[in-house]
Design a protein around this ligand. Structure first.
Ligand code: PGA
Length: 245
């Protein structure tokens, strides 16, 4: 997750540097980049094993929504993934569980895979409410209106558990805490959608770097990472991808 960083020329350089370093990895590599970099990213990743994602989308197909970008638009330029409900969008841009749910449905309608972010604040953690907060966010994201999603769709979702206090702060949840939160999320998904919960990719995010990636990834339930700051440097990001080499 590059957030609001990198210009098109940086994007091309980054991908040309990264591609040879991760080409033999069995781990899936997705770069979620600003809208203005998407086309360049798609073009430069052609023929590599790197996938492209956007950082946000609007839930409507088209219309009078000045400044917004739809799922259909993303799909038309080679985008495969889209981050939905990042805590920065929830905090600064009025994203709610309801808009997160609408965006997830629209992502599927446009054949995009959603990377859905949930996570508790420091205050909620200190009040002992972590599990309650994150499982409620997951429930509302996946079932806001009563139609919900199909189990086949749920299986395709990527969830990113990102404790807000760990994002960009250098503070990481312990691998045990992160793993327990992810187990709680998986349990909630299985209560709603059954066995598919086992196949849902649930990642940890929040100050992941090459020095803590291995410990996180070797836990029972953490399936990957949503990497912010450390994804802006080719070598550092490649080390995270290649943590098991
Ligand atoms: P960070 O960001 O790795 O810089 O903490 C993670 C994120 O916000 O997705």
């Amino acid at each position: 997750n590059w957030k609001m960083n990198m210009l098109p020329a940086d994007t091309i350089n980054f991908i040309e540097g990264l591609a040879p370093l991760v080409k033999d990895s069995e781990n899936e590599v997705i770069l979620c980049v600003p809208y203005t970099d998407l086309f360049y990213a798609w073009h430069t990743t052609e023929g590599t094993n790197i996938h492209i994602g956007a950082e946000n989308m609007h839930w409507e197909e088209k219309g009078a929504y000045t400044g917004e970008v739809s799922g259909q638009m993303l799909k038309s330029i080679g985008v495969e993934y889209v981050i939905i409900g990042h805590s920065e969008r929830r905090a600064y841009f009025a994203e709610t569980d309801e808009t997160v749910n609408k965006k997830i449905k629209s992502a599927f309608a446009n054949d995009l895979k959603p990377i859905v972010c949930v996570g508790e604040s420091l205050e909620q953690r200190e009040a002992g409410k972590t599990e309650e907060v994150i499982t409620k966010q997951v429930e509302l994201a996946l079932t806001e209106d009563l139609d919900g999603l199909t189990p086949a769709e749920v299986e395709q979702i990527v969830i990113a558990y990102e404790p807000i206090w760990a994002i960009g702060t250098g503070k990481t949840a312990t691998s045990e805490d992160a793993n327990n939160s992810i187990k709680a999320i998986r349990k909630k998904i299985s209560e709603i959608y059954g066995n598919v919960a086992e196949d849902v990719i649930i990642q940890y995010g929040g100050s992941v770097k090459s020095t803590n990636a291995k410990e996180l990834f070797e836990t029972s339930d953490i399936d990957g990472a949503l990497v912010g700051g450390a994804s802006l440097k080719v070598d550092e990001f490649a080390k995270i991808v290649n943590y098991n080499k």
